[in-house]
Design a protein. Sequence first.
Length: 94
Amino acid sequence: MSDLATMQAIAQLVPVGSRVLDLGCGDGALLAYLQENRKCMGYGIEIDDTNVHACVKRGVNVIQLNLDEDLVWWHSQTLPIGRIVSASCKAACQ
């Protein structure tokens, strides 16, 4: 399945207008796709500097965190997240 086909398949699972938290969002391509095609809002969580910069260039909200160490901080915040799209979901669609 191509990257575009994967994004389209995932997008069909996300209701229009949802709030999305993309864990391990990479370069933000999926979040950008969801923003444009499903009118979603959300954040990406990414550790890699290059990918964080790519997210910013795409206009994707991104927080740089190490999910193994910093997720405790994120858990203490109260954010209304409607859907969670994670790296494992992306892998499951392949």
